[in-house]
Write a protein that binds this ligand. Structure first.
Ligand code: NAP
Length: 286
């Protein structure tokens, strides 16, 4: 039997159409605005930024890209972010990752004002995610939760295994699932018997960045598999899961492309709108 494919592209299109209506109905004097900072000219980043710009445009969010040379000094980037923090016409700020090695990602994420934190990577935002006390969530984990909820996949009491413990995917996702009463295991490169640990899960989420990591021996027939991986192998875009073989065994699976990727962008632009509503309307309704 083949797995049911959870279609992230379709779900993201539905979310985007709802967002477009909300933006049109609640627009103030200006549209919501996202500013993306790009450092260097990474080809994958160019592609992701292009997708983000297209999605913003399609729902009525203004978006701009500020491009910087790979050798930009950290204090120059700092100055730009601090000035955007004060700019009343900017609702969301996003620094496209990865950054060149001389720039500390944590330092940069900390500079972005929490009220403009479109990616949800600021420590204060992440703290609020931990406390389940926020409207802004990191986009990829939020997209994954929405994908699971769209198929009514039970989280309460379910065993969820996440492969990957990064600050932008694994850790916030684990937190969001714990807050939904799931029992969560997080794996890393040192995890012993990875296949065995994964096979115990009702829901397996792979965010490792390693193609064909998840094979038949990691899964079982009642499992839901979410593939976060975004890998280029010989120029071909693929996830972490051996999709061809695994999709013949499990119950639900997300494809790459067309699974988590479009949901990440949909949740990102939803964040921009939420920041706009919180900030713009608060400052213009007096
Ligand atoms: P990251 O910071 O590199 O973290 C990868 C995590 O996976 C680390 O915790 C690492 O373990 C673990 N890992 C890697 N190989 C492993 C293995 N063989 N066994 C067990 N654990 C392993 O990556 P990230 O930023 O979280 O992204 C993960 C993947 O998702 C990448 O492919 C990225 O491009 C993709 N991604 C996709 C989207 C999307 O929208 N589709 C969004 C974000 C990220 P250690 O901690 O031990 O190093």
């Amino acid at each position: 039997m083949s797995a049911k494919i959870i279609d992230g592209k379709l779900l993201s299109q539905k979310l985007n159409s709802h967002l477009k209506i909300s933006i049109a109905q609640n627009k103030g004097v200006r549209a919501p605005k996202l500013t993306i900072l790009q450092i260097g000219n990474n080809p994958a980043s160019n592609k992701y930024i292009k997708n983000k710009l297209n999605s913003c445009k399609s729902v009525g969010i203004d978006a701009e890209v500020l491009k910087f040379d790979n050798n930009i000094k950290v204090n120059e980037l700092e100055k730009t972010i601090l000035s955007l923090n004060k700019d009343k016409n900017v609702d969301g700020i996003l620094v496209q990752l990865p950054l060149p090695s001389h720039i500390d990602e944590k330092f940069i994420n900390n500079l972005i004002d929490v009220t403009k934190d479109a990616d949800g990577f600021n420590p204060q935002t992440l703290g609020n995610v931990l406390l389940d006390n926020t409207q802004i969530y990191p986009a990829t984990p939020n997209g994954i939760v929405k994908l699971l909820e769209s198929e009514n996949i039970n989280l309460v009491g379910s065993n969820v295994t996440i492969v990957g413990r990064s600050n932008i995917v694994g850790k916030p996702l684990a937190t969001m699932l714990i807050n939904r009463e799931a029992t969560v295991t997080i794996c890393n490169k040192k995890t012993k018997n990875l296949a065995k640990v994964c096979k115990r899960a009702d829901i397996l989420i792979s965010a490792a960045g390693s193609s064909k990591l998840i094979t038949r021996k990691f899964v079982h027939k009642n499992m839901t598999v979410i593939d976060v991986g975004a890998n280029f192998v010989n120029g071909i875009y693929c996830g972490d899961v051996d999709f061809e073989k695994v999709s013949k065994i499990v119950k639900y699976i997300t494809p790459v492309p067309g699974g988590v990727g479009p949901m990440t962008i949909a949740c990102l632009i939803e964040n921009v709108y939420k920041l706009y509503k919180n900030y713009y309307h608060k400052n213009n309704s007096k």
